[in-house]
Design a protein around this ligand. Structure first.
Ligand code: ZN
Length: 132
């Protein structure tokens, strides 16, 4: 396993971590197999989406914020970040990507994103490669 840190800047943010995942695979000596990208936090997530138009990430976050509002009268969780916990589960803690010759088999317009829902914080991402 390999891990790296991600420094987020705002409460809700998508950070492109594709280059760091690819570098972790190089350090692991990955060849052919499957890479799991895992987020060990309950108020953040991992997702894959478009990297060409930055408005895609902006609209993605805006829609998620409207689906799961930050403040509601019925929230009971004392930390005040109930929305962050819901978004974390909706988006999911991990993604799996096929690796061939050590290279992530992402589509042309795909990137792997760390999704922050309770920043700013220093976060950790775990990378596990399994040869097949
Ligand atoms: Zn909490």
């Amino acid at each position: 396993m390999k891990s790296f840190q991600v420094q987020t800047q705002t409460r809700n943010q998508l950070v492109d971590i594709t280059a760091q995942v690819q570098e972790a695979l190089r350090e692991l000596g990955a060849t052919d197999g499957v890479c799991t990208v895992f987020c060990p936090h309950t108020t953040a997530a991992i997702t894959i989406n478009e990297n060409a138009d930055p408005d895609v990430c902006r609209d993605w976050l805006e829609n998620l914020n409207r689906l799961v509002p930050a403040h509601q009268d019925y929230y009971r969780h004392g930390e005040g970040n109930s929305d962050s916990h819901v978004k974390s589960s909706l988006v999911g803690a991990s993604e799996q990507v096929i690796v061939e010759n050590g290279k992530l088999q992402l589509g042309t317009w795909q990137s792997i994103y760390f999704a922050e829902f309770d920043g700013s914080r220093t976060r950790t991402v775990h990378i596990k490669f399994v040869s097949t």
